[in-house]
Design a protein around this ligand. Sequence first.
Ligand code: 5GP
Ligand code: ZN
Length: 111
Amino acid sequence: MCIFCKIIAGEIPSTKVYEDDTVFAFRDINPQAPTHILVVPKAHIPSVAAIDGENSGVVAHIFEVIAQIARQEGLEKGYRVVSNCGEDAGQTVHHLHFHILGGKPLALEMA
Ligand code: 5GP
Ligand code: ZN
């Protein structure tokens, strides 16, 4: 099992922010902003590159969850959603995840 599958299964502790039948969200262990949350599908999808017609429903649902979490976290001044895909993007955990970053003005650099 990958590290995020273990977190979803409760085998590795995490600070849970949200959970439903198909989606899990928890605080990043090494936060890069005052609010740094990871939102993941419970199903193991390796990255954005593996999204297809069979599994994109959960990705649409993840974006509904992201909007809900952002409201709960008081990010009314804005936030960034990031998904690193593959080596050049620096993806370190090969289980699809969306970072929610906020709580301060974020740097504009995208690359
Ligand atoms: P990536 O670099 O793949 O986009 O992001 C992986 C993220 O997972 C990193 O921000 C890292 O801090 C976070 N992370 C890695 N291992 C753990 C863990 O065991 N628990 C939590 N909460 N976050 C983790
Ligand atoms: Zn996994």
